[in-house]
Write a protein that binds this ligand. Structure first.
Ligand code: DQA
Length: 147
């Protein structure tokens, strides 16, 4: 699940976020999921409420979430509440290394409740997050399915 402005990947601050588009990241994740026998569904939203609606609507059909909440990472109690509320594990990912950027990006409202956090590996952060989530789901025996 991708938060605000990530639809602009490839054009948005390429020095920070690289030249890979969101469509390329999604296609890569779907392929990597398939190789692990996992179905990956993708969603991008610019509105906090749209992300929350997606979480609530998808929770019964998914086993967990790989989440780049983008700017909402640092501000959204409501997004945290939605993720925790549906009771599915989630991995927080960031393309850039948020710890190496402005101070306001150093705090995340999601991290403390995430199964794990991956930050700074470019688009590969998503792949690593997906692998971590699948590993986690298989370890705790939550089964396969979409992630
Ligand atoms: C981001 C980092 C956030 O601080 C920022 O607001 C983003 C993208 C990342 O992937 O590096 O939009 O989540």
């Amino acid at each position: 699940m991708h938060g605000p402005n990530l639809n602009l990947l490839g054009r948005r601050e390429p020095d920070v976020y690289g030249s890979t588009t969101l469509e390329e990241i999604d296609a890569q994740l779907i392929a990597e999921g398939s190789a692990m026998d996992v179905e990956v569904e993708t969603f991008q939203g610019n509105l906090e409420g749209a992300l929350i609606d997606f979480i609530q609507a998808s929770a019964t059909r998914v086993d967990g979430y790989v989440v780049n909440a983008a700017g909402y990472t640092h501000t959204s109690v409501a997004l945290l509440d939605a993720l925790v509320g549906v009771g599915r594990p989630f991995v927080e990912v960031h393309i850039s290394n948020v710890a190496a950027r402005e101070n306001f990006r150093h705090s995340s409202l999601l991290s403390a409740r995430a199964a794990g956090v991956v930050t700074g590996f470019g688009p590969a952060s998503y792949s690593l997050g997906l692998r971590g989530l699948v590993e986690r789901l298989r370890t705790v025996g939550a089964g396969t399915g979409t992630a």
